[in-house]
Design a protein. Sequence first.
Length: 408
Amino acid sequence: MTREAWIIDAVRSPRGKGKENGALHNVHPQRILAQVLNALRDRVGFDTSEVDDVIMGCGAGSGDHAMDIARMAALDAGWSLDAPGVTLNRFCGSGQQAVMFAAQGVLSGFQDIVVAGGIESMSRPAPLHVDGFTANNDHLFDQYPMVAQGISADLIASVEGFSREECDRIAFDSQTRAAASLAEGRFDGSLVPIFHDDGTLALDHEEFPRAGTTMDSLAKLTPSFEAMGAKTFKNNLTIDQTALLTYPQVSELRHVHHAGNSSGVVDGASAVLVVSSDYAKAHGLKPRAKITMTALAGTDPVIMLTAPGPATLRCLKKAGMTINDIDHIEVNEAFAAVVLKFLRDTGADWNKCNTNGGAIALGHPIGATGGMLIGTAVDELERSDKQTALVTMCTGGGMATATILERI
């Protein structure tokens, strides 16, 4: 039998509000991740001394997230000293990239058992996800006048002609679907409680969703990035004018994104066990899914968030598939316009996407989200008795990750 990369299980923490009054704020991110790692170990029963690597995505990488948090969390969890760990950063796609690297290590024959996922406590700014950005941008500005992601999202809407109402509809669907999923307990199988150091419960449920969201309530929200766009940036241009340098065909940047149709700021961690088919058979591990293909794509870093479509199409081509061969899709809801652009680029059916809600409703703990989405995709394939899923995410710097899963 051909060697395959099998997902044995996937677990995650609840998403806590990414504020000082959020339920997970007072739990160190290393401790959050350690508890998720141990939940995965306890559910499957694997020997941590045999783990070839613990690969974790993290968008911050400094402050409380520093010092290779993957390795530190494995040590904190009491895992064997033989289990190494590495932390990576592909911005918002870090957790998904961790799982992709795990699959590649397994499929190459270099590794047999890898734990991958991610961690982010967004309530603990590091400063959050912008370390060195200004300095780096100084060297690139003339060629790539990069701006904040919220401005890039509004730029997508302006270039593509997406209306505020269209963006709000994506947000409304996300909240409605998430509410239904929570009411039915669809996340319960993969969600593990997180405790304080004294043993008291910190959080055992999703904290971020806004029950009762309506189109009318979304329409009343003020655009989040309009004031930012009006600020003077460089060369005496505003941030809006800077973004439009690359897109002179657009007369003005329309600000359509706000707190209700953008991804939520939250804390959380995820972990996915990826093993070779040979290892699983030798150790009696029952697979839930296999990773059949992965792909990456890069696009313009100014508009930044348009690569999920190209990454998806590249992944499908490599797999010899079309979008119609995919039963379920998780496309990260970084901003509503990102989703609309993905749907336009791929021809995907929105009714097949994010059927349990997405980051607009549930939140987006940067480094952890990729592992969470992969776990959600596996859960949904089993729940709906479907076969194939695709997960894709936009990232900073104008990139995207894509992964195709097949239920076993």
